[in-house]
Design a protein around this ligand. Structure first.
Ligand code: URA
Length: 223
């Protein structure tokens, strides 16, 4: 929306009175007195009239080490959520760029920038999600072959993109997948009667969980 329409709508003023507000230097855009009335207001622009804030959308990008037991949701009646861990007045604005199960630990990204979160979660963007996985049996050649080939998920009607499997031990691997289907890793192993006993996300694309960030802690970053 144009800045003059934005201001007029908020102040309930017609075109002439709105223009006068601009001419009197009462309107600020991102802390600067602004008289270009046709400027488009962006989602993250700060708009003020007479130092009263009309919109103060600061973009937020949070990288968190989700502990086991915490829910990847904004509200939950029973369990602590990732939002509960961020004791800031802006925490309620955030949404998740990809969830983890309650029993999974590791990297979650929270933001109020939906363009950024979609760039991480949209499968066509091919952003790799890297997991450390432990299962209750041997990860055979057959499993690795199937994962690397791509697997058909009937419920979602999709074939997963070829995954990468780096075998670390007979029952442990580092797995990279490119989608975020519900319980995807657990369902992939379940096809081979393997139960995931430990799951931890290390990275989402180029965003890595910092080694010095303890479970439950978070920090802001600039993408
Ligand atoms: N796959 C799962 O099964 N669970 C997760 O939390 C993440 C990926």
């Amino acid at each position: 929306m144009r800045l003059d329409r934005f201001v007029g709508k908020w102040a309930g003023t017609g075109k002439r009175r709105t223009r006068e507000m601009f001419e009197a230097g009462r309107v600020r855009l991102n802390a600067v007195v602004w008289d270009e009335r046709s400027t488009e207001v962006g989602k993250f622009d700060r708009v003020e009239v007479d130092e009263e804030i009309l919109q103060a959308h600061t973009p937020r990008y949070v990288l968190m080490h989700k502990p086991i037991g915490v829910v990847s949701a904004t509200v939950d009646d029973e369990h602590k959520t990732v939002i509960d861990l961020i004791e800031e007045d802006w925490a309620g604005e955030l949404h998740l760029a990809g969830r983890l199960d309650r029993s999974t630990s590791g990297l979650v990204i929270l933001t109020n920038d939906s363009v950024f979160s979609e760039s991480l979660t949209e499968p066509s963007e091919r952003v790799g999600k890297v997991y450390l996985v432990e299962v209750d049996g041997r990860i055979t050649e057959e499993v690795i072959f199937a994962f690397e080939k791509g697997m058909w998920f009937a419920k979602e009607q999709v074939t997963t993109a070829p995954a990468q499997v780096d075998l670390l031990a007979e029952t442990e691997c580092r797995l990279t997948i490119y989608e975020g289907k519900h319980h995807q890793v657990k369902r992939m192993f379940a096809r081979f009667d393997l139960k995931v006993t430990k799951l931890h996300r290390e990275a989402i694309g180029s965003l890595e969980l910092p080694g010095d960030l303890p479970p439950g802690d978070w920090k802001e970053f600039t993408p």
